[in-house]
Design a protein around this ligand. Structure first.
Ligand SMILES: [Fe+2]
Length: 344
């Protein structure tokens, strides 16, 4: 559906065109519709157009691809960079159909072939381009809002679990922060980092099913109590396995207590069979837990935690991940927010 009210009442058009005859023709066509309030500005070189764009906003850009100082697709790319939120309509010669299509792919909203079409075609193209740009921007914003709401919901779920267990308040958040720092050190792209962060924030979600008297118990747990606590990773997996995340969050949760030599739980997976993200969360989890107070012991401190990783890397913990993590701490590029202890 076209929503016409999106088009501004006065339309400031930047025409970047080096052929004076073509520029004059466009000006005349726009003048046919004074009710649209077209206000044309002209540039004959790309550099001149970019200067105008830096100085003021435009509603639409009519862009000739062959200019004295720029040619073809790079012209579109330069203008897109300078004004990413302004719709571009490419003006091309008759033989330039392929270039025009490539320009559309690169981000132009429409193209017009010079010498074809009339003022009405131009007018329609301008309105359509402005409307489509608005719609695209609205879609982008609503996608971004949805993404933020998802992140906040997951954070809220993470906090809910920790409300039952004051000793581990902030644990998942801190694990997520360290895991994300490790992922970044290992060149994860932003999307994969986001998934890793979410996995970290809810990795202990299964603890919701463990009686809080066990979680908060000072002193040693019995074998039975410990066996019950160990069920939390599989329970966490069950809780979220049907959520259609674009990342393997349920597997991250299930496998965060697996160890490289197969001595972990719940499945006793080994090495490469363990999801890489889980291997990261595992290292971050061990460090955060050892560096924090627990009901049954005071904090062991970050140095002891790092020693544990250094001593067992390659055997219990992934070597590449351990090295990346140790680098972050030893080079002073990571420290837990809010200190090493639990946040009250
Ligand atoms: Fe856990």
């Amino acid at each position: 559906m076209i929503i016409l009210h999106m088009v501004p009442t006065s339309i400031h058009v930047l025409i970047i065109e080096d052929n004076p005859g073509d520029a004059r023709l466009i000006e005349l066509m726009l003048a046919e519709h004074p009710e649209d309030g077209y206000r044309p500005s002209f540039a004959v070189r790309l550099s001149e157009g970019l200067e105008l764009l830096a100085r003021q906003p435009f509603d639409v850009i009519l862009l000739d691809l062959s200019l004295p100082d720029s040619h073809g697709l790079s012209t579109v790319q330069s203008v897109l960079e300078a004004a990413p939120a302004t719709p571009i309509i490419v003006l091309t010669g008759l033989a330039d159909e392929a270039t025009a299509m490539a320009a559309m792919k690169a981000g132009a909203q429409d193209y017009l072939t010079k010498g074809q079409g009339d003022g009405e075609t131009l007018r329609r193209s301008i309105r359509y381009s402005i409307e489509r740009m608005h719609t695209d921007e609205e879609k982008r914003q609503s996608g971004e809002r949805l993404r933020r709401a998802l992140m906040q919901t997951i954070q809220a779920v993470g906090l809910t679990i920790e409300k039952r267990d004051p000793y581990t308040a902030g644990h998942q958040q801190r694990v997520a922060e360290l895991a994300t720092a490790i992922g970044r050190e290992l060149d994860f792209d932003p999307d994969r980092l986001e998934g890793l962060m979410l996995g970290g924030v809810i990795h202990d979600i299964g603890k919701i099913a463990i009686p809080s008297s066990f979680l908060n118990k000072p002193g040693r747990l019995t074998v039975t109590e410990f066996a019950l606590i160990k069920t939390h990773s599989a329970i966490g997996y069950d809780i979220i396995k049907d959520v259609e995340f674009t990342w393997p969050i349920a597997q991250m949760v299930r496998q965060h207590h697996e160890r490289m030599d197969g001595s972990g739980y719940p499945d006793g997976l080994k090495g490469e069979d363990i999801l890489f993200e889980s291997r990261i969360i595992c290292v971050a989890d061990v460090i955060e837990s050892m560096a924090s107070n627990r009901p049954y012991r005071p904090a062991l401190g970050i140095d002891v935690a790092l020693e544990e990783i250094a001593r067992n890397k390659g055997r219990l913990y992934d070597e590449t991940i351990s090295d990346a993590c140790l680098r972050l701490f030893h080079e002073g590029r990571f420290s837990f927010q809010g200190g090493e202890g639990p946040i009250a």
